[in-house]
Design a protein around this ligand. Structure first.
Ligand code: 9UX
Length: 71
């Protein structure tokens, strides 16, 4: 099943940050992400059979950014 969530991200200071996160997330299996630098959010659609919100959050944190909200 496909599901869409919003994730709050901290620590993005330039457009390359958001582009970087977006690129990495879009490489994940069954994930389509759009990162908004000004809003400090990511809109992420994922396939519940292939990925969990926690996988996505971990990926963002591993890149060095903070996650505030998820859901
Ligand atoms: Mo911009 Mo972001 O120089 O990690 S890429 S601050």
């Amino acid at each position: 099943m496909k599901k869409q969530i919003q994730i709050g991200i901290t620590g993005m200071t330039c457009a390359a940050c958001s582009a970087r996160i977006e690129k990495v997330l879009n490489k994940m299996d069954g994930v389509k992400a759009n990162v908004n630098l000004a809003m400090e959010t990511a809109t992420v659609e994922y396939d519940t059979d292939r990925m969990s919100p926690n996988d996505i959050v971990e990926k963002i944190e591993k890149l060095g950014y903070g996650v505030t909200t998820e859901g």
